[in-house]
Design a protein around this ligand. Sequence first.
Ligand code: CA
Ligand code: CA
Length: 168
Amino acid sequence: MASLVQKFPLMVILLIGFIWLSEGEACTKCPQYWMEIGEYCYQYFGNQMKFHDAEGVCNRLGGFLPSIRNEEEGNTIYQLWKGLVNHPTQKDSAYWIGLRDTHQESKFEWTDGTPLEYYNWIPGQPDNSNGEDCVCVRNDGNNDDERQRWNDMRCDWGQAFFCRKPLN
Ligand SMILES: [Ca+2]
Ligand SMILES: [Ca+2]
């Protein structure tokens, strides 16, 4: 290596510069343990947590529980989840999304401030049964389209979740 440095000093300087630049570029990607999909970084937390605790974890990491703006986005998250768990057809075994009506009953809002313009409720939901104010994907149905529909449930129920933050 020493003789290489003597023979090709410029090459060594260029190589070091290239490594430095590549690492600089890595800062525009998702951090370690986050998955990059489209404009966002996702991290999955399989340990079940209450809704507000899960949202708190995401906030501390610079993100939110995911909002879902359209069918494609909902499906992206669902497919990601399905690829991560080993019981993908187990009913009720799904994940929180960042939707809740804790401020005013029946007025659902996304925690990240996204306007609520798309819904994918299970028929008959939300039913506010026993004061349900937080929304999850229920994983109940005969196919992927049905399993990624939403149910309001009690916020103090434990669920797995994703955190999401924008790629920047
Ligand atoms: Ca409610
Ligand atoms: Ca419900």
